[in-house]
Design a protein. Structure first.
Length: 77
């Protein structure tokens, strides 16, 4: 799934939750844990890119006189 460039944010997040749950159990061998960690890091980066892209598509609506205007949304840091 991590290699699928079109994987949805939700499916990536679900897989991340599965990875975390598996690692928290503590019954995964070292090599498998490292592979899961690497997969998780890749999924996190994908989710960050998807969120950044979504932020650029969001516009803020504000009143201007008797009309409404849109302007780029700037998230609080």
């Amino acid at each position: 799934m991590a290699k699928d460039a079109k994987a949805s944010f939700e499916s990536n997040l679900k897989r991340l939750e599965q990875i975390v749950a598996g690692l928290e159990k503590g019954d995964v061998e070292l090599e498998a844990s490292l592979k899961l960690y690497e997969e998780g890091a890749t999924l996190i980066e994908s989710c960050r890119r998807q969120l950044a892209e979504a932020e650029t598509r969001i516009e803020k609506i504000r009143p201007k006189g008797d009309r409404l205007e849109t302007e780029p949304f700037e998230p609080e840091q």
